[in-house]
Design a protein around this ligand. Structure first.
Ligand SMILES: Cc1cc2nc3c(=O)[nH]c(=O)nc-3n(C[C@H](O)[C@H](O)[C@H](O)COP(=O)(O)OP(=O)(O)OC[C@H]3O[C@@H](n4cnc5c(N)ncnc54)[C@H](O)[C@@H]3O)c2cc1C
Length: 474
């Protein structure tokens, strides 16, 4: 029986614990998996709270269904039936520009006008901006392999107006980082691929539509919120294997109980230590860095080089009669040029069923730390004030909310800056040089929940190969 310890009980760590057990069982390898989580609950950034009949998501509220292994995992866990699509009556998404909410036309891909027809009738950008974006089909492709910032990529292909008025809020929102230094290679690899293959993004999109390739199923959630996924994974991993309130402080090399291969000691904050034949670090990069400091300074310093930004969500609930304009749609984005503090808001109760009791609206405001320009202090009172004031400006809401819930994720989002792929490759190579050390997490192969699941799956295969190898050597 080999001992494998997974440090970190977010979606990456839970998925790793699940896949390691599953893959090991499939290959006839006996493993004992322990998951260590410093907090009192698992799920990490995934946090669903229930308060006064409202279902409030503090972290992710939806998942791109077609990405990675998300659908397979839900099927395996028996929770696909609990997956819900956005409500049919939801009336589109808006963008706050020039003091008004403007409906985003259909045919946008990541807020890029890949259908010129629908953009033509929209008032989001000027005639000059529309003409410039239509010229995208004529812009020559870049032939070098250098990384480019997403801001530069969009401006180069579609023009500055499309960047500032359409693309910027979604890029800085999804990745919570300044698009001027965000890597296109690592955050929007599909755009690079389309440019390389078709020269133009518009042409590439048209061809993929003609070829019957769909953009994939859209965003989905669960009837009981994102916590459904965490609960199902916890049940599959088994409660005895999960140790909450267990903070790992340091990891050191242990010669191994039987002298075969290297083992590791994991020092806990209560002074105890745990032996492991293999350790999976599913913590944020800066935590993994400090845990590995005593084993490999170079690896630790590479991990410490991945920047993180602070982000926050503020969910406010209102009585229906205090919002005469209503909130019919999915929500709205706020470009930086609008000068607001809010980056986006989701009209949660209109977008998803079961988020608010009858007669109420639930609005989730998103504050991005992308620019770190201090537009809003990241503390509870300041965030609620900013959310209320900005909702008054955008939607004319003057009533006080009946519920306010604030979630501040300090250093909560890894920022994939230029050269991120090279940093990750160096980290992976350095980690692989130590038998039995495996590193995963939102910083590595995509910050979205499905990417974390896929990253955990791929690394779990390596873990099981490594453990099986130890058995062969024995
Ligand atoms: C506000 C917000 C909104 C988001 N929205 C979406 C969305 O809509 N869709 C989407 O796909 N993604 C979204 N994301 C991104 C996604 O939620 C995260 O990238 C993902 O959940 C990260 O999972 P993880 O397991 O890698 O890390 P984490 O969730 O950070 O988990 C790491 C875990 O390690 C634990 N830990 C840390 N140090 C130690 C230690 N020393 N010992 C033991 N345990 C330790 C932590 O307590 C934590 O539980 C959002 C993120 C945020 C913050």
């Amino acid at each position: 029986m080999r001992d494998i310890v997974v440090i970190g009980g977010g979606i990456s760590g839970l998925s790793a614990a699940y896949y390691i057990r599953k893959l090991a069982a499939g290959s006839g390898t006996e493993v004992n998996v322990t998951l260590l989580e410093e907090g009192g609950r698992t799920g990490g950034k995934i946090r669903t709270d229930f308060d006064g009949g409202f279902l409030v998501e503090g972290g992710p509220d939806s998942v791109m269904a077609s990405r990675g292994r998300f659908m397979e995992l839900c099927e395996e866990l028996g929770i696909w039936g609990r997956v819900i699509a956005p409500s049919a009556q939801n009336g589109g998404t808006f963008i706050f520009l020039d003091g008004a909410l403007k409906k985003i036309p259909s045919g946008m891909t990541l807020m890029l006008p890949t259908s010129i027809g629908s953009l033509a009738v929209s008032d989001i950008i000027s005639y000059k901006g529309k003409a410039r974006s239509a010229m995208e089909v004529l812009v020559p492709r870049r032939t070098d392999d250098l990384d480019e910032s997403v801001a530069s990529f969009v401006r180069r292909r579609f023009g500055a107006e499309v960047y500032e008025r359409m693309a910027e809020p979604i890029i800085s929102g999804i990745h919570s980082g300044n698009p001027e230094i965000t890597s296109t290679k690592c955050t929007f690899p599909l755009l690079r691929k389309m440019e390389a293959e078709h020269r133009s993004i518009i042409i590439g999109m048209l061809k993929s539509r003609k070829g019957g390739k769909k953009g994939g199923a859209g965003f989905v959630s669960f009837d009981g919120g994102m916590a459904c996924l965490v609960a199902a994974l916890e049940a599959a991993v088994g409660k005895p294997a999960i140790r909450t309130n267990s903070r790992a402080c340091r990891v050191s090399v242990d010669s191994g109980r039987d002298g075969l291969g290297r083992g590791y000691h994991i020092g806990m904050d209560d002074g105890t230590s745990i032996h492991a034949d293999a350790v999976v670090f599913a913590t944020p990069a800066f935590v993994t860095s400090s845990l590995l400091e005593g084993i490999d300074r170079g690896l630790a310093s590479l991990l410490a080089g991945i920047p993180y930004n602070t982000i926050a969500t503020v969910s406010l609930a209102y009585r229906e009669d205090s919002m005469p304009g209503g909130a019919q749609g999915a929500g709205f984005l706020v470009p930086r040029i609008s000068g607001m503090r809010l980056a986006a808001a989701t009209w949660s109760s209109s977008k998803w069923a079961g988020r608010a009791p009858e007669g109420h609206y639930l609005i989730r405001c998103y504050f991005s730390g992308a620019y770190q320009d201090g537009r809003v202090a990241m503390d509870n009172d300041a965030l609620v004030r900013a959310a209320e004031e900005d909702l008054r400006t955008v939607m004319g809401v003057t009533a006080r909310p009946v519920l306010a819930k604030v979630y501040i994720w300090r250093n909560g989002m890894p920022h994939y800056t230029l050269g991120h792929d090279e940093r990750v490759a160096s980290i992976a190579a350095a980690a692989a040089a130590h038998g039995g050390i495996f590193v995963i997490g939102a910083w590595k192969g995509g910050a979205g929940v499905p990417s974390c699941i896929s990253g955990a799956y791929e690394e779990s295969r390596l873990v099981v190969d490594y453990i099986s190898g130890l058995e062969v050597r024995k």
